[in-house]
Design a protein around this ligand. Structure first.
Ligand SMILES: C[S@@+](CC[C@H](N)C(=O)[O-])C[C@H]1O[C@@H](n2cnc3c(N)ncnc32)[C@H](O)[C@@H]1O
Length: 263
């Protein structure tokens, strides 16, 4: 894949092993509740899930908006679109959730058609975050909210992975992200997109069980794809992390920035 568009291409085409790893990574659990709180999602709302992945968050949103609400889920990856459709049908929610295969950054929705738009761990990949925020402002009705959740990859911390080793892997794999420091930037980007009411929160929940091991393996893959990497360092990072998970000494922190912009 070409380096300059890898951040997008690696989502459009996902090899089966990585697809299954993502599937496991994105399962929704009670830990996610705090991430959604500022979005104030309630029954009857029309809500979008932008970059829905395998659809776990879309289902959670569908349960929250209930029978009188509606969810629009969007993704650029065809497998995720079909997995989300399958999951929605299996849950008996096909009448309440529409899954769209996106081919660009514009949403096939009328102006002012949503109460909420949730975008979780996707702003880091969009071509132009200001243009995306503007597009979200177009489709959300006055009084509605755009709720963006994302990491800041220069702030993620791991132990006992060596700090310099991690930095080397991050640098070698950084082409997998369009805006790697998106977490700290989203507040300013939302203001530049014309929002005037923007609230920010940061949630940093330590991971001592190894939930982030798949993320570390993904980073190793991105580094190897980039070509400018040292195999010994990349292998050491994955081995140290896996061993620490196995012996219970793993520690990771990946702060989540929550930016809630009211239209
Ligand atoms: C890290 S995953 C997050 C999935 C889901 N939001 C979650 O948190 O469980 C990123 C998702 O965004 C999708 N994606 C990446 N770039 C996108 C874009 N420009 N427009 C829409 N979806 C995109 C990917 O295909 C993938 O499903």
């Amino acid at each position: 894949m070409p380096q300059d568009t890898y951040y997008k291409d690696h989502w459009v085409e996902i090899e089966p092993e990585r697809l299954d790893r993502y599937e496991a990574q994105f399962v929704w659990g009670p830990r996610g509740n705090r991430l959604l709180e500022p979005a104030a999602i309630v029954a009857g709302q029309v809500v979008a899930d932008y970059g829905c992945g395998p659809g776990y968050l879309s289902l959670e949103l569908a349960h929250r908006v209930g029978a009188t609400g509606r969810v629009h889920a969007f993704d650029i990856n065809a497998d995720f679109v079909s997995r989300t459709r399958g999951r929605v049908a299996a849950a008996g929610l096909a009448d309440h959730v529409t899954v769209h295969h996106l081919h660009g950054d514009m949403l096939p929705l009328a102006d002012d058609s949503l109460d909420r738009l949730v975008i979780k761990n996707v702003m880091v990949y969009v071509d132009d975050p200001i243009a995306s925020f503007r597009e979200f402002r177009r489709v959300v009705k006055p009084g509605g909210k755009v709720h963006a959740i994302d990491s800041d990859f220069y702030m993620a911390a791991f132990d006992p992975i060596d700090v310099d080793d991690w930095r080397a892997v991050l640098d070698a794999g950084i082409h997998a992200f369009r805006t790697p420091a998106i977490g700290r930037k989203m507040y300013g980007l939302a203001l530049q997109a014309g929002f005037t009411d923007v609230a920010v929160e940061v949630i940093a929940a330590p991971d001592t069980t190894g939930r982030m091991l798949n993320f570390i393996k993904n980073m190793a893959g991105y580094a190897r794809e980039g070509g400018a990497y040292d195999e010994e360092t990349v292998s050491r990072v994955v081995d140290v992390a896996a061993k620490a998970v196995a012996d219970g000494t793993f520690f990771a922190l990946n702060p989540q920035f929550l930016v809630t912009a009211t239209v």
